[in-house]
Design a protein around this ligand. Sequence first.
Ligand code: ATP
Length: 199
Amino acid sequence: MKTGILGGTFDPVHIGHLAVAERVHSDCGLDKVVFIPANISPFKVGQVNSSGEHRLNMLRLAIGENPHFTCSDIELRRGGTSYTVDTMEDLKVLYPDDEFFFIMGMDSFLELNGWKGVDRLAELCQLIVVTRPGYDLTQEQRRSLELPPTVWQRTRFLQVPGLDIAATEIRDRIRRGQSVRYLLLPEVETYIHENGIYR
Ligand code: ATP
């Protein structure tokens, strides 16, 4: 089983995430993609917007009937700060026969040298880095990233259709009462309004 993992805060999940997951699933020949919301992202400590329960519910609504998408509450249940390497260690024990592919946007890849246990992470899974508008990997950045050679060997870069959408902007727009239509799935938008999230 080739399993893609898309980790993030998903606060909220938007069509940028869904388009990336669908594209990688198709182009990399994955069997499924698992969306894993972080309990606390190491890079977003203290920036709580909506609860883990809300973020998981929104993911479930966004995934809907897509047969090759699923989500997992493994990081929410573990609690504390969510380090991807810890999650991959746990998944490897739970599913020893699976081949794992961790999917991330270029913005995340540019911060990868600050992640816990990158060497180990590259042993546990391959990395699939997708393009994201506004984030480029220049030759200069390549050098300054200081990632171990094993990480580069296990990383594949994939061009995806650029969707300049970020959850931060969606939250800001909702706070200001501006439209977010077509940036998220209607089910997710309804959930946000019904629960008064980001107001
Ligand atoms: P925020 O604005 O709150 O930081 P975000 O929109 O970047 O949120 P995350 O949940 O942090 O969303 O992202 C999860 C993963 O999806 C990250 O690896 C991120 O790079 C990737 N990602 C998010 N949005 C896009 C996009 N529009 N295009 C490509 N990759 C994306």
